[in-house]
Write a protein that binds this ligand. Structure first.
Ligand SMILES: Nc1ncnc2c1ncn2[C@@H]1O[C@H](COP(=O)(O)OP(=O)(O)OP(=O)(O)O)[C@@H](O)[C@H]1O
Length: 596
């Protein structure tokens, strides 16, 4: 079943073959009018690849991509007029680079903005570029000094081949990006900026990268447009055209390669089509806008819907064919160091990996964390328990840098980290999981593991970890993975980063008893296997008792008890303040004899 759910390992080669055949057929058979339209569709595809990167992958609402295209076209025209050596291909790259610089300049001030505010800021930039380009004619335009197409590709058929080569090269680049940790990081930023920061990803850096790369792609598209038309005018890069392409991108879903191509074709063919039946071409924009609104309502673009349908069919087929024994045992690798009782042996005098000193957090009049101090020694698992609202998650947020309004000190390996923002604390080795799963569903399992680990992993490491946590194969799309398995994957990925300290916030929530048993084993192995000390926030007291070396109990923001699990969980203060006798777990005879 797993194998059927996985993506084809090499979808790139058939895709490349298809691109070559389609380009050759169109170039050799199409009329000059159709070729002119086809070049337009290919240039549109480049624009939509840029939207697919900034909006589809990174989730940034940018309405100014054609302004970057205008800058690319302007530079190509200028390079031709002043005769920059190297010819069209070099001018195209220069146009892309100029657009990258513009993308960075727009991206920097826009970093603090999100959603509609960011859309408004990019819209304002597009309007400003409209005004500038309308006042400053494109180089060569006044004397009709046409930009020469690249040597060997000067006729329409040749230039179509050249344009399709650029489209294909960009598609290959994006294919690799999607499979890299940078691509995974962009998707994670779109999904949850907090989760991205917790994985050591700089949201600022990620968004700037998306702005720069997408602007560069759009700039190359603009340069191609200059080659298509010979002389361009501001109207080709107007705000109206930018917003129309944005609507197409949202409607079709241009973060998928087939979406970018379909969107490119739609943007050219649909206006021509309605024109032939007497409807003004500009009304096409209305159709795209209605389509985009519909997609925003559904939450899925056309290509996402198609891909989801295909996947559902594969899942149904796999379910019908599966002969897997779901009760088959999961293969475990033995723990590195175990005592005679089968449980890991730990050093009682270990140095602190994490130390929290007198931390207090206030939300207005409410003191959510009140002068809390605790230590997580190296190689230990420490439980943090307490009733709802006791302040556990606030403490985890504070320690990991997601709350900056606190007093007190957090030390990692003896060094204060209070001045570091969340992503730098994560990079320093203070990693965390979230109470609510924040796993981006558009990644596949292997890439998520790489992003969560925050360090380069070999395929063997990924596969071994997946098997250890009983998770599906690396190529499995995350959206086909159930919520409980996603939580397991989160723990698996974080642990694989081998951070000095890992804070897990209710990892067993929503797990079946079999999954909790596996999780119990895996969490108790984390210190030995990965060299990581764990602070485990959990309501499942049996899990806490059987995995933790010591337990800290919080109530009303304060530490009310701490010590060995069996002692603490039977402490009358803890029982009356929080647990209630019925909730007490039964002591495990194995643990009573454990040499910790
Ligand atoms: N951002 C916030 N603004 C105001 N109050 C908050 C904020 N975050 C948490 N609180 C309050 O702080 C207190 C501690 O909440 P916290 O979520 O840390 O408790 P918890 O022990 O993690 O609870 P649970 O087990 O339900 O997750 C609660 O009274 C909560 O309402």
């Amino acid at each position: 079943m797993d194998a059927l759910l996985r993506r084809s390992p090499h979808p790139l080669l058939p895709g490349l073959l298809l691109a070559v055949v389609a380009t050759a057929v169109i170039a050799s058979t199409a009329s000059s009018y159709v070729l002119f339209l086809a070049i337009g569709a290919a240039v549109n595809t480049v624009y939509l690849q840029s939207y697919g990167l900034i909006t589809g992958r990174a989730g940034v609402l940018s309405l100014c991509q054609l302004s970057f295209a205008g800058i690319g076209a302007y530079v190509v025209g200028w390079a031709h007029v002043v005769d920059v050596p190297g010819g069209f291909a070099v001018w195209l790259l220069l146009g892309g680079l100029a657009a990258v610089v513009a993308g960075l300049l727009i991206g920097l001030p826009a970093l603090r903005l999100r959603g509609v505010n960011l859309a408004v800021a990019t819209f304002a930039f597009a309007m400003a570029v409209d005004v500038v380009l309308a006042g400053v004619p494109f180089p060569g335009r006044e004397k009709f000094d046409f930009v020469p197409r690249p040597a060997g590709f000067t006729d329409d058929a040749g230039y179509f081949v050249f344009t399709m080569t650029v489209v294909t090269a960009l598609a290959v680049g994006l294919w690799f990006l999607d499979r890299s940790r940078t691509g995974g990081a962009l998707v994670e930023i779109r999904h949850s900026e907090r989760a991205a920061a917790a994985h050591g990803i700089s949201v600022v850096h990620g968004k700037l990268t998306a702005f720069a790369l997408s602007a560069g792609i759009a700039g190359i598209g603009g340069g191609l447009m200059a080659g298509r038309l010979g002389v361009v005018s501001a109207i080709s890069f107007s705000t109206f055209a930018s917003v129309t392409l944005f609507a197409i991108a949202v409607f079709v879903g241009t973060h998928n390669v087939e979406g970018a191509i379909a969107g490119g074709l739609l943007g050219v063919a649909f206006p021509v089509l309605i024109d032939t039946i007497g409807v003004p071409q500009d009304l096409a924009a209305l159709f795209f806008a209605v389509g985009a609104v519909q997609v925003l309502r559904l939450g899925m673009s056309q290509t996402d819907l198609l891909r989801a349908k295909r996947r559902r069919r594969r899942v149904a087929r796999a379910e019908a064919e599966t002969d897997e024994d779901s009760t088959a045992p999961i293969l475990h690798r033995p723990v590195v160091r175990v005592g005679a009782d089968g449980w890991p042996v730990r050093d009682p005098d270990a140095e602190p990996a994490l130390e929290v000193r007198n931390v207090t957090v206030r939300f207005g009049a409410l003191t959510a964390v009140d002068d809390v101090s605790l230590i997580v020694p190296k190689g230990h698992v420490v439980g943090l328990v307490g009733p709802n609202g006791a302040g556990k998650s606030t403490l985890v947020n504070t320690v990991t840098g997601f709350t900056d309004r606190y007093t007190g000190t957090v030390l990692l390996d003896g060094r204060p980290v209070d001045k570091l923002p969340a992503h730098l604390r994560a990079r320093a080795g203070l990693r965390r999981g979230f109470q609510q799963s924040r796993v981006p569903t558009s990644l596949d399992v292997g890439l998520f593991l790489r992003v969560a680990a925050g360090r380069p992993l070999t395929s063997a490491e990924v596969d071994e970890q997946l098997s250890l946590f009983g998770c599906p194969g690396a190529d499995t799309p995350m959206e086909t993975v159930d919520v409980a398995t996603r939580r397991l994957l989160e723990v698996a990925g974080l642990a694989l980063g081998r951070p000095p300290v890992l804070l897990l916030d209710e990892p067993a929530a929503g797990q079946s008893s079999a999954e909790t048993r596996l999780l119990k084993r895996r969490i108790s192995e984390i210190p030995e296997r990965y060299g990581t000390a764990v602070l485990l926030v959990e309501h499942d007291l049996e899990l806490v008792r059987s995995t933790c070396d010591s337990v800290v109990v919080m109530d009303f923001g304060r530490v009310v008890a701490s010590g060995p699990p069996d002692d603490v969980l039977r402490d009358p203060v803890v029982v009356s303040a929080y647990l209630g006798t019925a909730a007490l777990p039964t002591p495990d005879p194995r643990r009573e004899t454990t040499s910790r």
